[in-house]
Design a protein around this ligand. Structure first.
Ligand SMILES: C[S@@+](CC[C@H](N)C(=O)[O-])C[C@H]1O[C@@H](n2cnc3c(N)ncnc32)[C@H](O)[C@@H]1O
Length: 417
């Protein structure tokens, strides 16, 4: 495995810039406008786009930016700050709402309507737990907080202006974790050890102040269009052949399931109301985790020597879940097919940056940065550089299995032209 990794690295221009690690990860900072509303897992800093513009010497005038996995809209906010029009795509309707609210332009009257939102008077609601078809709802919210969430939702639903409605709904979604007995952790949600039980009415008001202050501070009025779409259907989305640069981070093939981690927000935002709908979203997601459609059969062979070797090693191991090798293979097939259509849909001299994290299974490194680099080359892209930005922390147990190949477990930016 070592020789194949080294060969691949020698054929691609791999360099280190660990200072960029700070931008590849969005650390929740209270003064980070827009990003401070809600923490989105595996999101990057809005400043990464500023870096990319400089690095590629991109002319801001007449540029159109695309983030096909826009998540919480970090890159879109970055583009807007620079006065650049942008397009964002994401399968997760919650991500699309976050991105939309952050990048919309609002009338003064809409902001005023949000400021004038009146917190309702508390009144009992019988059987409030039965409103939600979510099995863990009783464990997650106290009865009092759940009633308060519902009372706010009742008012929001009656609002006619869509922009006002979306700001207020997102604001409610942003405080759910704070006001609950759960927290996001690892690959899912966990019960908090120490229950804070913050009050929904108080937190809603506090959060709304911050959300509106950030919206009001926005100067640029550049346009941003969001598509709630499955990237596997990218060919069908009409982008008009005007995209001139793209910087994005697809899911990493690390078993992390965005729909599991955000299921409370999806449920309470009324994006889903039963487990079948949750399952459907998971199945459409890029096959980067075991809740995705990992059992699909395919004959497609991808032109990457490193992928072929990685698959051979993975197939020899006994994994904690037998679908892991198929998941990894499907991930690269889907990414190959996406990059192939991306090439057809963007302007000829477009600049592309892809932020990816590598993983390992049973001591076998899955060097996503190198494999995607090889795939991109096979599709006719020039791989200008692979910039390693962070070495991932690892457990001593993982180190025992992987040994010196641990250096391949890292986060990088693949630069394509
Ligand atoms: C690493 S995150 C992007 C985070 C984003 N850069 C940010 O800063 O918030 C990857 C995103 O890919 C989205 N995704 C997963 N499968 C998808 C699919 N089939 N089509 C479109 N988006 C998908 C997930 O919902 C997630 O938001």
């Amino acid at each position: 495995m070592k020789i194949f990794l080294e060969n691949s690295e020698n054929n691609l221009n791999v360099n280190f810039n660990l200072k960029l690690g700070e931008l590849v990860h969005n650390f929740k900072k209270n003064d980070d406008k827009f990003q401070r509303w809600i923490y989105y897992q595996e999101s990057f800093s809005t400043k990464l786009l500023d870096w990319f513009l400089k690095y590629e010497n991109i002319n801001k005038k007449n540029s159109l930016f695309l983030d096909p996995f826009c998540g919480s809209g970090s890159s879109l906010v970055g583009a807007q700050k620079n006065g650049i029009d942008a397009i964002g795509i994401d399968l997760n309707p919650l991500s699309c709402l976050i991105s939309e609210v952050k990048t919309n332009t609002y009338k003064l009257s809409e902001i005023e309507a949000c400021k004038n939102f009146k917190i309702p008077k508390f009144k009992k609601i019988d059987n409030v737990y039965s409103y939600y078809n979510l099995s863990i709802v009783k464990k997650i919210f106290s009865k009092k907080n759940l009633i308060k969430i519902n009372l706010i939702k009742i008012i929001i639903k009656k609002i006619k202006n869509e922009n006002v409605k979306k700001i207020l709904l997102l604001n409610l979604i942003c405080i759910l974790e704070k006001c609950s007995n759960y927290k996001k952790g690892g690959n899912g949600i966990k019960r908090r050890k120490k229950i804070e039980n913050l009050d929904v009415f108080v937190e809603f008001k506090k959060s709304l102040k911050i959300v509106l202050a950030d919206i009001e501070s926005k100067k640029s009025k550049s346009k941003c269009t969001i598509y709630n779409e499955d990237i596997k259907r990218f060919e069908d989305i009409n982008l008009g052949n005007k995209v001139s640069f793209s910087l994005f981070s697809p899911p990493y093939v690390n078993c992390f399931d965005y729909f599991e981690v955000y299921k409370i927000e999806l449920w309470f935002g009324d994006f889903i109301n039963n487990y079948d709908q949750l399952k459907l979203l998971r199945k459409k997601a890029i096959t980067s985790n075991l809740n995705a459609d990992v059992k699909q059969k395919t004959d497609q062979i991808i032109s990457s020597k490193l992928l072929i070797k990685t698959m051979a090693y993975l197939n020899k191991q006994k994994h904690w879940n037998k679908n892991i090798p198929n998941m990894v293979n499907l991930y690269f097939i889907e990414m190959h097919n996406f990059l192939s259509s991306l090439k057809k849909k963007i302007k000829k001299d477009s600049k592309i940056g892809i932020v990816v994290g590598n993983s390992s299974y049973q001591g076998v490194p899955v060097a996503t940065d190198l494999i995607l680099g090889e795939i991109a080359q096979s599709l006719g892209f020039k791989v200008k550089e692979i910039i390693v930005t962070r070495n991932n922390e690892t457990s001593s147990q993982q180190y025992k299995k992987i040994g010196n190949l641990i250096k391949y477990i890292r986060e990088s930016i693949i630069i394509l032209e």
